[in-house]
Design a protein around this ligand. Structure first.
Ligand code: ADP
Ligand code: MG
Length: 294
């Protein structure tokens, strides 16, 4: 199978969105956002032995590769439009490619996003996706807009990826894409939890020039996850966001509409420091040691 046969057989998707003027097959894809929207871009790579073990299920891998990119769009409240796939493969293994492309197509259909191009080369297994979405320039959920006295929320459960990793399983996250688009007029600031809640919340606090009290006993732990896994585990791809107190009822309703677990886990302070509090509201000396590649 040549490179071009491979692309044609496994990745030649017909565009489904109006924003895709030209998909796979030319030197570039052509993309048109809606009139008043700006484009949101992000990219993420999965590398064998770093992000997954050798022999990982190709369908789940494809789903995860797209999901982690979709999660970045969700963290800005952007609507997904299209993505590029740069795939490095040790061999043209048809059985592997069939499952991988199936997983990718399923995820792309589920989240209504077009595969519009990419690149295929030979080498150690590496899956890179670049994703594009659109969002209202003035409403995008940024990290730097948290305000003192905002409530802090987290979606879903924390530590699921750490628990899966212990069992040598691949955790396939659910990006909170639809929910996030409804947060645009409600939340002040948002970030997705790729490196662990503690580290990512710190990024949000630093960008906004504020601090936080975090109620450790309120954290929604995934099954057998420990507090350390929930705070520092990483790879959960849930959303952490802040919103003014007067939005509590609206957020309850929104979470219910989306059948999404939503937990209020703390409050933004003006002390420029992340403070962990125990059940008695006493400060706890917890270390922040989220995921670091280097
Ligand atoms: P070029 O040499 O002009 O960069 P390629 O020959 O690499 O183009 O690719 C041909 C077409 O197939 C391009 O439209 C490219 O975007 C697309 N493509 C290549 N690899 C992939 C892939 N893994 N998934 C989706 N589209 C791909
Ligand atoms: Mg190329």
């Amino acid at each position: 199978m040549t490179e071009f046969e491979l692309i044609k057989k496994f990745f030649n998707q017909t565009p489904r969105l109006n924003s895709t003027c030209l998909g796979i097959g030319d030197d570039c894809a052509l993309l048109k956002p809606s009139g008043n929207q700006v484009l949101a871009f992000s990219t993420d790579t999965l590398v064998e032995n770093i992000h997954f073990f050798k022999g990982a299920d190709p369908e789940a891998l494809a789903h995860k590769a797209l999901a982690v990119n979709l999660s970045d769009l969700a963290a800005m409240g952007a609507k997904p439009l299209a993505f590029l796939l740069a795939l490095t493969l040790p061999a043209a293994d048809e059985a592997w490619l069939k499952k991988f492309s199936q997983g990718l197509q399923d995820a792309a259909r589920e989240f209504n996003v077009d595969l519009i191009g990419g690149n295929t080369t030979r080498g150690p297994l590496n899956i890179n996706i670049t994703i594009m979405g659109e969002v209202d320039e003035n409403k995008a959920l940024r990290r730097d807009q948290a305000k003192t006295n905002d409530d802090i929320y987290v979606t879903g459960a924390l530590g699921a990826a750490a628990v899966a990793l212990q069992a040598k399983h691949l955790h396939v996250p659910t990006p909170r894409v639809a929910f996030a688009q409804d947060l645009l007029t409600i939340a002040h600031a948002a970030i997705d939890i790729s490196d662990g809640l503690a580290q990512d919340l710190q990024h949000l606090l630093q960008a906004s020039g504020v601090g936080a009290d975090l109620w450790t006993d309120e954290l929604p732990l995934f099954k057998s996850a420990t507090l350390d896994q929930a705070l520092n585990g990483g790879e959960d791809y849930e959303l952490c966001f802040t919103a003014p107190v007067n939005m509590r009822n609206q957020l309850l309703k929104l979470a219910e509409q989306h059948s999404l677990k939503l937990t209020r886990i703390g409050v933004i302070t003006d002390r420029k420091k992340l403070v962990f509090l125990d059940a008695n509201h006493q400060p706890m000396p917890l270390a922040v040691h989220g995921y670091q590649h280097f």
